[in-house]
Design a protein around this ligand. Sequence first.
Ligand SMILES: NC(=O)c1ccc[n+]([C@@H]2O[C@H](COP(=O)([O-])OP(=O)(O)OC[C@H]3O[C@@H](n4cnc5c(N)ncnc54)[C@H](O)[C@@H]3O)[C@@H](O)[C@H]2O)c1
Length: 347
Amino acid sequence: MQQLKVAIVGCGKIASLRHAPEYSLNPACEIVGFYDVDPSRAKALANQYGGRVFSSINELAASDTDAVSICTANIHHAQNTIQMLKSGKHVLCEKPMATTLDECEEMAHTAEMTGKRLLIGLNQRFMGAHVEAKKRIQSGEIGRPLTFDTRFAHPGPEIWTGMANTWFFDKNIAAFGAMADLGVHKADLLHYLLDEHIVKVHAVTKTLNKRLPSGELIGVDDNCFCILTSESGATGTLHAGWTNYGQEDNSTCIFGTEGTIKLYSDPEHSLIIEHKDGTITRLNPDKQLTNDEQLAGNIRNTGVIDEFIRAITTGKTSRLDASESIFAMRVMFAAAESSKSGTSIHI
Ligand SMILES: NC(=O)c1ccc[n+]([C@@H]2O[C@H](COP(=O)([O-])OP(=O)(O)OC[C@H]3O[C@@H](n4cnc5c(N)ncnc54)[C@H](O)[C@@H]3O)[C@@H](O)[C@H]2O)c1
């Protein structure tokens, strides 16, 4: 079978820690090149993984590359993705999908019109305990989900990027803060686990502690607290935070009529089920890999690249299809609107 020719646009942290190593491990594809506005970054990855350095995004668009990862900063996702789709490439775009709902819709529409795949890098759908939890919720093990509590909070993206004054803090480049960076993962995870969408959002976003070198507070939220309601009426909370200056917290609890599922809340067991009759099942489908562990060189295949290649080669629908990921973005935009207006937003 002929290998798919793949390339990466944006050669920073996520490209180096996940996309490039995961493509290099997948025998169905071959890395043909890299593009970054800073050519030295593209060159560093080309030296490590092979392939060429594209001198411009137009040169990449004109090439015979089959598929492209978009790993640029948020504000560029829509333009980069649409250009690649229109030039005949399948696209895996990092989260958050884009910075406005119109852009997200245009991206999904362009994928449909061009017949090319567009997947979004919402990797929480592949974490072992989440996959196992979905099966168990579907089988009825905790009954009907009634409430939930999900959190993704860590000390902030300046640690991930290694830069005190990271673009994640710049409203003109990131557009949104912790909710776009971390909250979209958890909104998407709720859609995956509950198998239904969030339809009502009440949120408060805050900038409590992150400051620019000038001493001013950053222009985006460093915390977002949401109360969410699903189509069936299940109601719960989501917290996305950049000011948890202890261990990263990436936990989720789903409370059902017959029991509770706790995910990544215990260091020894990534999945715990507390049954209504008092029995407890403790499992460890996988241990959570924190940002700190990834930065220390602990790489684990997230499954996202394998899924992208599988979606292209089989034509089958994917749990990362943009048409589904866009619902997490709707929650994110609704949270911003709710916080601004002080009202609940119906999606
Ligand atoms: N899925 C996840 O869990 C996850 C984790 C971290 C980051 N991300 C996302 O990945 C994206 C990149 O984040 P990062 O942490 O790698 O940031 P980064 O700053 O380390 O890397 C971004 C790279 O893009 C390049 N770039 C910026 N504008 C460009 C343009 N117009 N064309 C080409 N290259 C350009 C920069 O020079 C830089 O090398 C962000 O949208 C972020 O939200 C996702």
